[in-house]
Design a protein around this ligand. Sequence first.
Ligand SMILES: *Cc1c(COP(=O)(O)O)cnc(C)c1O
Length: 396
Amino acid sequence: MLAKKVQSISPSPTLAIDAKAKQMKKEGIDVIGFGVGEPDFDTPAHIKEAAVQAIKDNFTRYTPVAGCQELREAICQKLKNDNQLLYKPQEIVVSNGAKHSLSNAFAALLNPGDEVIIPAPYWVSYPEIIKINDGVPVIVATSAKHNFKITATEIAGALTSRTKAIILNSPNNPTGQVYTRRELEEIACLALEHNLYIVSDEIYEKLIYGQQPHISIAALGEEIKTRTIVVNGVSKTYAMTGWRIGYAAATAPIAKLMSNLQSHATSNANSIAQKAALAAILGPQDCVAQMKAAFAKRRDYMVQKIKSIPELNCIEPDGAFYVFVDVSKLFGRSYRGQQITDSMDFATLLLEKAQVALVPGTAFGAPNYVRLSYALSLEQAQEGMERIENFIKQLD
Ligand SMILES: *Cc1c(COP(=O)(O)O)cnc(C)c1O
């Protein structure tokens, strides 16, 4: 019999729709894709040049497992400047993307049966990464009234003697919500009271559209910092999803465990990509501002358009590049005899009948919602939203 643990891992529920959208595109059908989870921009030129230079300089051998010293120092500098976090290079582990950092983090934290609290809606990979690492995901529903941000009271209600950690993601995928200092302080207080660890996924920190600052929960005090593993990376900020560079910052003992594990699994992250990440972190940041400005325009358009359609509702996203839309008013309606009973039906019909791809909320533990990514051009977003509006007008 093949591995039970791995057989218990669900394939991404979004995959079926995504595969169908790709197949339709291949057949020449003009599909508008609100499904994607990566920036549509090219990696900025100075970052690509750093990688070319790394190849020319023969920076093509193994680096230290946790990343080359220069890059880990640059990450420490970044954490200090941006997040008021003081880490030493030996407390940083560079991995093959933030997803790999998350996997290393849970591998370092969990013993079999340890529970990890995941606020729903959640990023699709969290429960599966926890299961792979012998943990038990405990999904805790959050309330739309609190903009889907988990409260200390909600966490307290889910605690058991096995609770080991909480995963936080601010700015949030899929909701776009950003936690305030106050909200994080309450969670930190509770975590300290119960000796919990926090895994803080901060991959969207640079994509916040309002005045609200990004706050890392680890920055709230020395005590909570020792209980937190901060996860970040270059994928979303610098349009570098394919380069596969993420990193974690943690206490030296935790970082050591992560690095030991990685030494036998993958060794160092790609040396050339490390040089590219170094250029991204140390180089000019105006490229980030430019991409953010483009995202902000699209976000404003999307929110205003969604609010103008009476059957739809959304909470304004403050960060990341997604709008989470309540489609439950459409349940029970039908398109030429085909009934919509849930967000999966809505997504399937919308793709087939209006050639618009989006992700049903079931994937994120929020069945009344769909996620629309605005990592596509404004023109495409406008065309896509008009198709959605027309599709809804045709429902009985
Ligand atoms: C994209 C994403 C990641 C993973 O990023 P990589 O560095 O490309 O592995 C992690 N967390 C969330 C919430 C994401 O959306």
